[in-house]
Every structure is written in C-alpha cells, then in structure tokens.
Design a protein around this ligand. Structure first.
Ligand SMILES: [Zn+2]
Length: 395
C-alpha cells in the first residue's frame, strides 16, 4: 500500500492544536492514517510545503441552481427589491442553466470546498451533484406565501423535487421551509411530518429588518411585497415577537437546524433558540449580506452566546464567487477582533457537524478524509491575496 506524506510549516487540525512542522500521512483513498512531527518522522518521501494546511472547507448555504443569474441583480438594494428583481428576470435556456451549475460546482472544488448545504426548488442540480466529489446536502425548499389555498399543491410539487434528488455516495436531502415570512402554519406542519431527527433542517432567518417588523407589528416592506404578488395577508396576525419565534414554534426541536443569515438576530433571540433546540447552527453569508443589504451580522453576539457559527456563500445571484475562503476574508477584514482559528472552525468543523458529515470531513484527524488544502499566502499572513491550493481531495 502506497502512502502519501504531506509536510507543512503549520497544520491547523481544527479539532486540536496547530501542529508546527507537521506531516499528514494519507492512504490511497485520501484517508488520514497518521499525523506526525517532522523532527521525529524525518523528511524521507515527504512532499514539503512552506505554509499552512487546513482541512476542506464546508459551505452550509448555497443555491447552486441560481448560478446562471450571476450579476443579474444590482447590489445594495435591500432584500425586498432584490427578490423582486430576481423573480422578474426572464427565463434562461436550460443548457445555460446546467452549464452554470457545473461551473459553480467546479469553482467550489477549486476553492477547496468539500461539502455543501444546497437549497433547491428544482431538479436542475441533480445531475451535477450525482457526479461531483463534493458531498451535497440538498435542502428542498418550500414556500406557500402564507396562502392556505396553495399549501397542499406546494407540498406535492416539491415532494417530487425531493424524490428526484439522488443520494449517491452519502449525499443527503431533506424538505425545509424557506423563511418565516413565506411559510404558513399548515405548510410548516406538513414539513414537520416528513422529517425525522436524523435530518438537518435549514431556514432563512432575520435577513432584513422588515421581517421582524412584519411579525412584531404587521408593518414594514413585506405588506407591499405581498400586495405586489397579489397575495393577501388578511389572515396573518402579528405575534409581537421576532420572526424566529414563529419558526421555532412550528419546527421540530429534535432536528439539527441551520438558521441562515441572522443579520438582525439579537442575543436574546440566540439564547431563546439555544433553549428551544440543542443543535442550532448559525450560518453566516457575509458577502451576500453585503451584496443585498449592505450590512453584516455582529459576530460578537454569537461569540458571547457560545453559538455554533457556520459559513455559506449563498448563490451567485447575491455573491461574486462561491468561495468560503472569500467569506473568511470578509469576516476577518470587517470584524478583525475575531481570530483566524475561530473563523476557520466556522468554515470547517462546525459546518461538517451541521450537515452531518463530520464523521469524514471537517477536521484533520486520523480516520477522516477531509480534503487537504494549502493556504498560499504571498505576504506571509492571511490577507486579501491568500489563495487555496487543493493538495488532496476529500473521500
Ligand atoms: Zn439563501
């Protein structure tokens, strides 16, 4: 059996200490069979790199099927104008859509991403997911715009999408709600009945101040947004609480749950969610937040509540690239009180746990095949010019 030995100045295991001058030993399936010191092991047969090694990155929030819409929506308009811009776009030829999906998947591979939590409303991504080495968790996303008359049809239509997403080499899937402001209690109930505690659920959460305004006082931009689509909010009653409470009341607290965006989420909201469910993950998509709303979450709130943060790229409709490295750069640039190791854990182990892939991905540990990435840092430090070189693919 031939083993591959990769040596580097620093190995960020994520689950444990940073190893100076370490060696990772891989078998032919890229599974880690040894982690050693260069001084003890010697350098015989070792590929040596001057730089830092990190495990494969995890993207916990993407919409791969929207990859063809890159550049189609203007930046800085706010979520409601953004959504209106996206729904009014013309149809695209199917071959363009499929080609953009394939390119998006390849870009993520090149950026050292090894698992993706991917929202889907259609089956366009199924083929690419079946062929890619990336592990996909497909979140088949449902919404009925709070219209009871649409609930049953919506559910049946998306059930077909769910059935069509293949589960090749451990890919996973579940049916999930889109966001508190688009899902009726009836649809939440149907979703709850389809899920079991082994599944991960994802929901968009508190991305814009209008969302909380709707639930607090039935005011804000969503009233006109609904009117624009000719949907009635007559039966909707304000709850007097932030939108996240409506989601919690209607979701299964036994399921791992990824709250996505959380730009407006307060420390009290985070604590309430931790009370509600022991396995809540907080996916941040800073570049998408900057693209759409021109604001970012305050990560201090998540640090102070011991929250498990993960990182997502969102879609190419609301981002420039599908790169978790780029998201890390944005986080560390604008909230530089955070340290690299903290943000690296968000980008790797926390995401792998959220998606249930932490048995093989997320950290550099014996028995895992997490993918091995070298950080190429021309200035000798993690900054804008840092890039990733994939040294070994994930298992
Ligand atoms: Zn999204």
């Amino acid at each position: 059996m031939s083993l591959r030995k990769i040596g580097a100045s620093r190995i960020h295991t994520v689950s444990g200490e940073v190893i100076e001058n370490g060696i990772i030993i891989l078998d032919q399936n890229n599974t880690i069979v040894g982690i050693e010191n260069q001084a003890e092991h010697g350098l015989d047969g070792v590929e040596l790199y001057d730089g830092d090694i990190i495990p494969g990155l995890i993207n916990t929030h993407c919409h791969l099927e929207l990859s063809h819409l890159i550049g189609a929506a203007p930046t800085g308009t706010g979520l409601l104008a953004f959504l209106n811009a996206v729904v009014s776009l013309r149809d695209f030829p199917e071959e363009d859509i499929l080609e953009s999906i394939r390119k998006g998947d390849q870009q993520m591979q090149d950026e050292g991403i090894v698992a993706v939590g991917d929202i889907c409303n259609k089956l366009d991504t199924a083929r690419t997911k079946a062929e890619s080495p990336i592990h996909y968790y497909s979140f088949v996303e449902m919404f009925d715009f709070m219209q009871d008359a649409l609930t049953e049809n919506t559910f049946q239509q998306y059930k077909a999408v769910f059935e069509g997403q293949a589960d090749r080499h451990g890919n996973k899937k579940s049916c999930v709600p889109h966001a508190p402001y688009t899902v009726s209690p009836g649809l939440f109930q149907l979703l709850k009945e389809t899920t079991n505690p082994n599944q991960t659920i994802s929901i968009h959460n508190q991305e814009t101040p209008h969302e909380d305004q709707l639930f607090m006082e039935k005011t804000g931009g969503f009233l006109d947004f609904y009117k624009g689509f000719n949907f009635s909010l007559e039966d909707f009653q304000a709850t007097g609480k932030h939108s996240i409470y409506y989601a919690m009341e209607n979701m299964n607290p036994e399921c791992k749950t990824i709250m996505v965006h959380n730009t407006m989420t307060t420390q009290a909201d985070i604590e309430a969610a931790h009370e509600w469910n022991k396995q809540v993950y907080w996916a941040t998509c800073p570049n998408a937040n900057l693209y759409i709303e021109n604001r970012m979450p305050e990560y201090k709130k998540f640090i102070e509540t011991n929250a498990k943060v993960t990182i997502g790229t969102d879609s190419l409709t609301s981002n420039w690239r599908l790169s978790i490295l780029d998201e890390m750069k944005t986080i560390l640039k604008y909230q530089s009180y955070l340290d690299f190791e903290t943000v690296l854990k968000w980008a790797t182990l926390n995401g792998a746990e959220a998606l249930g892939f932490d048995n093989i991905l997320g950290s550099i540990d014996i028995g895992k095949a997490p993918g091995i990435n070298l950080l190429v840092m021309p200035n000798g430090t993690f900054d804008e010019q840092t890039t990733i070189q994939v040294l070994a693919k994930n298992g």
